[in-house]
Design a protein around this ligand. Sequence first.
Ligand code: AKB
Length: 316
Amino acid sequence: MTKCLVIGACGQLGTELTEGLRKKYGADKVVASDIHSSSEGSQDGPFEMLDAMDFEAIKRVVEKHEINVIYHLAAILSAKGEQNPPMAWSLNMTSLLNVLNLAKENNSIKVFWPSSIAVFGPTTPKDQTPQECIMDPNTVYGISKLAGERWCQYYHEKYGVDVRSVRYPGLIGSKTLPGGGTTDYAVDIFYKALQGETYECFLAEDCYLPMMYMDDAVKATIDIMEADPETIRVRSSYNLSAITFSPEELYEEIKKQIPEAEIIYKPDFRQKIADSWPNSIDDSNARNDWGWQYKFDIKKLVQEMLTELEPKVASI
Ligand code: AKB
């Protein structure tokens, strides 16, 4: 019987993944945890306040709830990481090693850990970036994700830990705001359009990045974790792809629904981070190994976001 722990359950992905897991396995089978409690995501099932830096605390929660699957999502993202590199490195690495060490002690625990397109860097091939290629990340977040991938593979090969991972593109969802990422513009822009305010975009209009709607991200996460272990041939992290667009293309799509939406471009330090990432990703390994296929194109994504956010913004 599956009993999950989500670490970082109040974050952008954690909120929606917790909801997806509770729908699939039942609310009482999914323990949400975070360093803070939140009004979103953790209300309809068990919740534990948990510091991912504290090995003994994670172990206590795992034992108390007889957890056999850990989704470890807590991390400091790319833009925020650059404000305090030692803190980002320490949180991202220590928390991952805590979870991997727990799974090493108890081999019945399966682990999901998210990597990111941030593992790629300026000399990585930009278009249809392959699974295996030059990886030279130049943010502390990207460096921590690349190191994390190596640790995942190491723990799998040396200690038999069943750890699985995907390299998420920028994620777009309506339940919780993202925090501290370079791709956050693609969520912020919807709020401003619905509030009738001009959106000041911190990336350039023609900056193409790989992106994904949250429902697809949740589906990919559950699919890879449900897959037969024999089919998981990549034990570092799988390339994962859905759509690619620029801020201007997203704006044009929003404008079809909200003609008065306005945008101006004022690229800041995040542009340099975005410039070092791919435009698009080749995810054929994920498709071939565990049947990955995305559902949301840009049109469907914009419709869903506006439908979900309209009542929320009206009540602010
Ligand atoms: C970020 O922008 O830092 C994240 C990511 C692409 O991993 N959304």
